[in-house]
Design a protein around this ligand. Structure first.
Ligand code: KMH
Ligand code: ZN
Length: 274
């Protein structure tokens, strides 16, 4: 890993309700303001889920396209759209996300129990989504919720070649109830199993957020933070804005001797479209 830390912010997600978490950015204006603040605090990539006028998660193609445009106009962040959506989203809608023209998209490498739900990512869907990323020149970020997902990632690369741009970047999503635990020894096991040359970030859901952040920094990895993954800043203290989480990640990165990576450097690392 290099001398800087890539920080991805995942500000919204599909799981928290605005009524329960008022600080969650759900309108385009809220999202753009959040993106600007987070870029200034050290984020280089934004992982985006959007909400409809009733604040419910949506994969509406027009809203996704407007969101990509607005984020590009207001920030230099690399725009990564979620293809995971919400657990109820149909595969066709998830595939269509790429038509909005993002720099990157998430690509989850297998099905996983997701609390009381199931996040469905069968092999056939993975392959179809992967081929689309290659055709449309969108860089996938491989989301790994479990160690078995790394086996599927390796199989995907073996059978279908490298992603657009030629670089493999992964994100370990740890601590989901049903996925791999969010602790240091699991993180090390996962990192050791990654394909040669891959870069990686990690995020811990809920109370695993800080242990995973420190484990990732110690192991030379990059960071993902944001209210998609945790809405609690510290015990009994809710997050009041995504930028708090980015600022804390940036401070930790500085302390670790690998300060935040600027978006331009991240574009080179991730080999996104010029
Ligand atoms: N909302 C989860 C079901 C992704 O963005 O690709 C899936 C998720 C992963 O958030
Ligand atoms: Zn997501």
């Amino acid at each position: 890993m290099g001398a800087t830390t890539l920080i991805t912010v995942a500000p919204t997600g599909a799981e928290s309700a605005k009524a329960d978490v008022p600080a969650l950015p759900v309108t385009l204006d809220e999202l753009v303001r959040t993106a600007e603040e987070c870029e200034a605090a050290g984020a280089a990539v934004i992982h985006v889920h959007v909400r409809d006028d009733d604040t419910r998660p949506t994969l509406d193609p027009f809203l996704l396209r407007d969101t990509v445009t607005a984020l590009r106009e207001s920030t230099g962040l690399i725009v990564q759209l979620s293809t995971g959506g919400a657990v109820t989203d149909p595969y066709e809608d998830r595939l269509r996300v790429l038509d909005a023209g993002p720099d990157m998209c998430s690509l989850t490498c297998g099905t996983v129990n997701f609390g009381d739900d199931v996040f469905m990512n069968p092999w056939s869907f993975m392959v179809e989504l992967y081929k689309r990323t290659q055709e449309l020149e969108v860089v996938p970020e491989f989301e790994l919720f479990d160690l078995g997902h790394i086996t599927s990632l390796r199989r995907l690369l073996d059978k279908h070649g490298l992603p657009y741009g030629g670089h493999v970047h992964c994100d370990l999503v740890m601590g989901v109830p049903g996925g791999m635990p969010g602790d240091a020894r699991t993180l090390v096991a996962a990192v050791e199993a990654l394909p040669e040359g891959a870069t990686w970030s990690a995020t811990g859901i809920g109370r695993t957020s800080l242990p995973v952040l420190f484990a990732a920094l110690s192991a030379g990895g990059h960071l993902r933070v944001g209210m998609e993954d945790t809405v609690t800043f510290a015990k009994g203290r809710p997050v009041t804005a995504n930028v708090e989480l980015v600022e804390r990640a940036a401070q930790a990165a500085h302390l670790a001797g690998r300060p935040p990576m600027a978006p331009a450097e991240a574009r080179t690392l991730l080999a996104t479209r010029p």
